[in-house]
Design a protein. Structure first.
Length: 115
């Protein structure tokens, strides 16, 4: 077992009670689906995947990755992966796709998973 496998499992234990989104490890049912981006030539095998659904999920994920010294990659829409996140921490923000327009103040808020 690699050191990052152990840190991936430690990350999952820390994330699961604190994250609203899903947490996936190699061998979990959804892991194979979640690890892939749009570009299938990048065959990433992260130690842990966190699927953020809110800014708080992102904050928690960043804290855990830093605490466990795991390399971090962010996948917003699936198009951003250009380097594999092997044995690291993959943070997915795909579910954060809300777009809000405030025409009165001429402001737009666009979530990191919006396409």
């Amino acid at each position: 077992m690699h050191a990052n496998d152990t840190r991936g499992r430690a990350a999952a234990r820390s994330l699961r009670p604190r994250l609203d989104g899903g947490v996936h490890l190699p061998g979990d049912g959804q892991y194979e689906v979640e690890r892939l981006g749009w570009n299938r030539t990048i065959d990433s095998t992260p130690a842990v995947i966190a699927a953020a659904t809110s800014p708080e999920d992102v904050r928690v994920a960043l804290v855990v990755a830093r605490e466990l010294d795991l390399p971090l990659a962010v996948q917003a829409t699936g198009h951003g992966s250009v380097v594999a996140c092997d044995e690291g921490f993959l943070l997915k923000t795909t579910a954060m796709a809300e777009v809000r327009i405030d025409p009165e103040h001429r402001l737009a808020r666009v979530g990191p998973g919006a396409t």
